[in-house]
Design a protein around this ligand. Structure first.
Ligand SMILES: NC(=O)c1ccc[n+]([C@@H]2O[C@H](COP(=O)([O-])OP(=O)(O)OC[C@H]3O[C@@H](n4cnc5c(N)ncnc54)[C@H](O)[C@@H]3O)[C@@H](O)[C@H]2O)c1
Length: 427
């Protein structure tokens, strides 16, 4: 008989996972609170604008049954995987989604069930938060009667090379048997190395460390962008030069700040957990502060550019291009663009906002409409369409006054040669 896999939370993480489980012949059940998502999944359609999910749900969606009613889908699952959000409210981790999901799951956990948390969590969550909920609700003992562990999801939505099935995994369960079962399961769906760690806590720490690593390195270059600005050094050139070193250096790039459900939040999980244990992560808090300061710094650059053109920001026509937190995705969670829009609005700018991936938050329908006659174009997200279309010819033909390239992805020289004021970030 086919093994049954139940996935709790059908978002950017749960849906592609459901697809690869179905692709590998498992009987897949999905549970989510959103009627809209569940209905679309049952029609074999993707609720998210994501090429991998769109393609795979079309091919393998028949093998996925979704419901908002846990009793319809969760029963008799051999493996239950929790993929619900783990946001931060300000700098405070919010584990309520994980707690609620575990309360729903607990009654269907039976002997030999493998429960895996894939949501990003801080070290200790499985043993301190998840285990008591599951044991109380199931009246079984984790690590003995059923298996429990963590396998952090490292998916990078929009990444065509490293799709979910090609990213190596690490995992840690409460018991050796749990580790064996979990490794066997992930090896059956993932075509990359599966590394078993010695503890659940180590597996939990891996993900927050990986994302904090990105946050601090981005904060480093963002700070350099501010400092090199004052010294008149082109940071892009410096990064280009440093990147030629074949060891001991890894390029990170400055920008308007960091966004998304992971990098902008996961460091808070680590900071909060360490605080509880009596340690203050001063360095990580500073990195967060620097990255959080970048939207305001971007608006200062916008104001300066407009001043050079003799235009006041109050009443200036500004096109903001991109709302998503990274290129070619429809996810705007924690996006710096949203903070920039708010700050520009507070200063009285007249905004035309356009993101081809997020029409619901755009105020115009086309790129042309957005940039026509704009005093300033702010490139907040380097969607491929923008990078391709925003040529010097196009910008000149639309009568744009100035360009603020917050992703350093346009051709500065040719734009400037047309007499259009150009400013990048750190260059
Ligand atoms: N998005 C990414 O790129 C990414 C990458 C790696 C890890 N993660 C982590 O994976 C987790 C999920 O992130 P996501 O981006 O998929 O979030 P998401 O918001 O896209 O999806 C989560 C889904 O869970 C559902 N949900 C919420 N509470 C629920 C409950 N109690 N029961 C059932 N369903 C519930 C929501 O309706 C939603 O559809 C987070 O911990 C995140 O940090 C995300």
């Amino acid at each position: 008989m086919k093994q049954k896999i139940a996935i709790v939370g059908l978002g950017y993480v749960g849906l592609p996972l459901a697809c690869i489980c179905a692709k590998n012949g498992y009987d897949v059940a999905g549970f989510d609170l959103s009627n809209e998502k569940v209905d679309l999944v049952n029609l074999g359609k993707s609720p998210l604008q994501d090429e991998f999910i769109e393609e795979n749900i079309k091919k393998y969606g028949k093998g996925i049954r979704a419901s908002t009613n846990p009793s319809e889908v969760l029963g008799n699952a051999n493996v239950i995987i929790v993929c619900v959000p783990t946001p931060a409210i300000g700098d405070k981790p919010d584990l309520s989604f994980v707690e609620n999901a575990c309360k729903t799951v607990a009654p269907v956990v039976s002997k030999e069930t493998l429960v895996i948390i894939e949501s990003t969590i801080y070290p200790g969550t499985v043993e301190e938060v998840v285990q008591p909920i599951l044991e109380t609700g199931s009246k079984l003992k984790a690590g003995e009667d059923f298996f429990l562990g963590h396998c952090p999801e490292r998916i990078d939505p929009g990444n065509k090379k490293f799709t979910i099935d090609k990213i190596p995994r690490v995992l840690g369960c409460l018991s050796a048997k749990g580790n064996r079962k979990a490794k066997e399961f992930y090896e059956s769906i993932i075509d990359a190395e599966i590394t078993v760690l010695k503890s659940v806590k180590a597996a939990e720490a891996v993900k927050v460390v990986e994302n904090t690593f990105r946050d601090v390195n981005i904060a480093f270059v963002n700070e350099l962008a501010k400092s090199f600005e004052k010294m008149g050094i082109d940071l892009s050139e410096v990064i280009r030069g440093a990147s030629t070193k074949p060891f001991g250096y890894m390029p990170f790039y400055p920008g308007p700040g960091v966004g998304g459900h992971c990098i902008a939040q996961d460091p808070y999980y680590l900071i909060a957990r360490a605080q509880k244990a009596g340690f203050e992560h001063e360095f990580l808090k500073l990195a967060r502060e620097i990255n959080e300061s970048m939207p305001a710094f971007s608006v200062e650059l916008a104001e300066e550019l407009l001043r050079k053109k003799g235009v006041s920001i109050n009443g200036a026509k500004i096109a903001v291009l991109g709302i998503a937190y990274k290129p070619d995705v429809d996810d705007s969670r924690e996006s710096p663009a949203i903070k920039i829009i708010k700050l520009l609005e507070e200063k009285g700018a007249v905004l035309r906002i356009f993101d081809p991936f997020i029409p619901s938050k755009s105020t115009v329908k086309t790129l042309k409409e957005a940039v026509e006659d704009a005093d300033l174009v702010v490139l907040a997200t380097h969607h491929s369409e923008f990078v391709k279309s925003l040529t010097a010819d196009f910008i000149e033909s639309k009568g744009v006054g100035a360009v603020l390239d917050l992703r350093n992805s346009l051709d500065r020289q040719s734009i400037a040669e047309r007499g259009v004021l150009y400013k990048g970030i750190g260059r």
